[in-house]
Design a protein around this ligand. Sequence first.
Ligand code: PHE
Length: 340
Amino acid sequence: MREQIEQIRKEALEALSKTNLQKDLEELRVKYLGKKGALTAILKQMGSLSSEERPVIGQLANEARQSIEKKIAQTAQELKDRELALRLEKEKIDITLPGKQPPKGSYHPLSLTLEAMLDIFRSMGFDIIDGPEVETDYYNFEALNVPKDHPARDMQDTFYLGENLVLRTQTSGMQIHAMEARKPPIRVIAPGKTYRVDEDSTHSPMFHQIEGLVVDKGVDLCQLKGILEQFAREVYGPETQVRFRPSFFPFTEPSVEVDVSCFSCGGKGCRTCKGTGWIEILGAGMVHPHVLEQCGIDPNEYTGFAFGIGLERLTMTRHKITDIRLLFENDVRFLEQFDK
Ligand code: PHE
């Protein structure tokens, strides 16, 4: 029996030292120490031993069990350590590597330009107001001195949504909304989307205007020029000259077309200004007395001026963009160049 115990011990320890897997370890435990294991089988024969031999063999069997248990625990720890070392090796991260940059969005060039423009007007004391893109015929035309069948309607090729509803062709209808909602002194800026049936490299069926309106006692053309001059110099630089050319809009009298000296050549004449030295940036004029009157403002007491700036044109001149369609194609390679 002694030999048998010793044999089991040796065999078990040897098998254990060759074990590489946690699950083999468990199998060996069952094989040697389990209820049906080799050592237990020996112990079951103890009954046949003499009373002197029994404690001796019992002790031997216990010692064998203990040394096998110890070896199992030791091997288990070794396997665990090895596995951990392996994982540490495999899952090593180099914290000096640069991180992955998530793709970052950027503001659209039109938004950037609009924000810059609004900042300028805010600093001059204008309120920023907002209004509907779907307008009634009244706000888009009639109240602005363009009755039905008036030839001036041909100036703006209109998307009609019904007999009396249009996609607004201009933000000038906001002049009417502002004069109906407020009492002079009025000093507002109304930016927004506008629509015309038109498309080529300088026209888009949807575009943006920034409408300005000032109504007060003693407002005149010189003040209009002063404001636009200050605006132009903030946008195009302090050397910029502003010139008024007589023009026509049904709702302003007199009406002007406003040019700035070419920011590319300083007025000498170049490709950007087509050799003229000037670049047209907006339409403006003194609010027609009839328009004031229709909004309940006495033209004998109050005067006003209004202007309408094309946001796309402004953005294109600021960034030397030659085709308006680039602004609406949503090509990220184009758009991300404008981020601050
Ligand atoms: N609404 C005019 C246009 O779209 C521009 C304008 C605005 C002219 C305000 C005068 C005053 O052409």
